[in-house]
Design a protein around this ligand. Structure first.
Ligand SMILES: [Zn+2]
Length: 143
């Protein structure tokens, strides 16, 4: 695995709505919002539940397991700070709770396959702990 901790890259843009996601990520936790009215999990962060429009929404920690829905190998990063680790993968991860996240995928291109199980791993990227995904240590399907 490439060392991402020494990269000189910009961090995420934090807003009052997204700050809890990044603050929890800094503590190694993956959190998404859950509706207190209908029980749906959702992501990206919103002030209202996209399913029932309730404002009774709260951040909740999730297991961080899911499937690789799609991915792309990045050869020309959007910021030059990423060049030392180019090429790298970013992908859409569909969490077991339902929502899909765009994330850095710590998997080699020749190993990545759509549908594969992934798990959350907090990763130091340029001095900040950010959510990433990797293959589980045991790639067997859960029973
Ligand atoms: Zn709802």
């Amino acid at each position: 695995m490439k060392d991402l901790s020494q990269l000189d890259v910009p961090g995420p843009t934090k807003t009052p709505l997204t700050a809890p996601f990044w603050e929890n990520a800094a503590e190694g936790k993956l959190t998404i919002q859950k509706c207190g009215s209908c029980g749906e999990h959702f992501f990206y962060p919103r002030p209202l539940c996209p399913n029932c429009w309730s404002s009774d929404v709260a951040w909740t920690e999730v297991r961080g397991s899911g499937r690789l829905k799609s991915f792309s190998q990045i050869w020309k990063p959007g910021h030059p700070g990423w060049l030392p680790v180019t090429p790298y993968l970013v992908g859409l991860v569909e969490l077991d709770e339902g929502p899909t996240l765009l994330s850095h995928i710590l998997v080699e291109r020749n190993e990545a396959k759509i549908g594969d199980r992934l798990e959350f791993i907090p990763q130091n990227i340029g001095g900040q702990m950010l959510p990433c995904f990797k293959y589980p240590d045991n790639k067997e399907e859960p029973v």
